[in-house]
Design a protein around this ligand. Structure first.
Ligand code: BV8
Ligand code: ZN
Length: 258
């Protein structure tokens, strides 16, 4: 694995000369905005739960109020969060490279709130909801009710069939949206540079995206607070909110306008 200095110099050169860039993000890109990652110990009431056990259709069937309360707690957290320097740098990148495709595993809207216009959400959004029974979309109230901080909450009922409303996210064991996944795979095949930001790379098929880019000859740079040990990619160990602005300023100079 290359050291940070060598890795950084390579990443700067690749970014300054890249034509088709894919930015692939995970929960780590939102960590500095105060959004817990899947590997963080959840706080308070939720510390006793494993996210992967809550983010499933079975968990919702067994205890809809627990799962709905968890998502509403996350939505309330998101309502109080702000995009961080990594989201802002990623949004600025579109002004410096001929082609940029942003793919996220995250269900928050911090990329959009930082100014990114086209975001491929592979796992849905906290701001979407639909009926668990008939799949009819359900409009969520603007901001979750304050008492959703840490409690079970009965999900709303569908106005069409009275079924329970579920979050508009992709749960474990559920298929990803086909069009989004196809676009992400196509962008990865065509990329000359893929920046993988804040992801543990354990969840498939999303985790295939950096692999596909590498298999098709792209440079792949991982930015992660944990060293990402890979023989075929480059790793910048540290916070996304620190590395991304540095990377853009080094590659594009004062015009990075961050
Ligand atoms: C599928 C939305 C076909 C919900 C998410 C058995 C049965 C069924 C399926 C499977 C099975 N075995 C395996 C599978 C496939 C499964 C899977 O991959 N499981 C894993 C756990 C092994 N995948 C699926 O089920 C997918 N669907 O395969 O359908 C199918 C259908 C039926 C049967 C078989 C196959 C659906 C997966 C989507 C699940 N939904 N999210 C919600 O958000 O609640 S996944 C969720 O977890 C996230 O979206 C994300 O994808 C993943 C978490 O990963 P990360 O984003 O990387 O976050 P994580 O916390 O892990 O890591 C954060 C990283 O950031 C860390 O490395 C950390 O060091 C770093 N970091 C922290 N701070 C910073 C930082 N880096 C930089 N700066 C910082 N400041
Ligand atoms: Zn319904």
């Amino acid at each position: 694995m290359k050291t940070n200095e060598t890795a950084f110099a390579n990443a700067v050169e690749w970014l300054a000369n890249a034509r088709r860039v894919v930015v692939f993000t995970g929960a780590g890109v939102s960590a500095e905005s105060g959004i817990p990652t899947f590997r963080d110990q959840l706080s308070g009431f939720w510390a006793q739960f494993d996210p992967a056990q809550l983010a499933t259709p079975t968990a919702f069937r067994n205890d809809p109020a627990l799962v709905w309360g968890w998502y509403e707690w996350r939505r309330a957290l998101l309502a109080q969060a702000h995009p961080n320097a990594a989201h802002v740098a990623i949004a600025a990148l579109v002004r410096h490279v001929p082609e940029l495709v942003l793919v996220t595993q995250n269900v928050d809207d911090l990329h959009e709130r930082a100014g990114s216009k086209e975001v491929i959400h592979l796992h849905g959004s906290l701001h979407m909801a639909r009926c668990f029974a008939c799949a009819r979309p359900h409009a969520l109230p603007k901001c979750p009710s304050p008492e959703t901080s840490a409690s079970r909450l009965e999900p709303p009922r569908c106005c069409h069939c009275n079924g329970r409303v579920r979050p508009g996210v992709v749960w474990f064991g559920e298929e990803l949206p086909e069009a989004e996944l196809r676009s992400a795979f196509k962008a990865a095949r065509n990329a000359d540079l893929l920046l993988s930001i804040g992801t543990s790379g354990v969840v498939y098929p999303a985790a295939r995206i950096p692999e596909i880019a590498c298999e098709h000859g792209a440079h792949v740079v991982h930015v992660n607070t944990e060293p990402v040990d890979t023989a075929v990619a480059t790793s910048l160990t540290g916070r996304a909110g620190e590395w991304l602005p540095r990377l853009l300023r080094a590659a594009f100079g004062a015009s990075a306008d961050l």
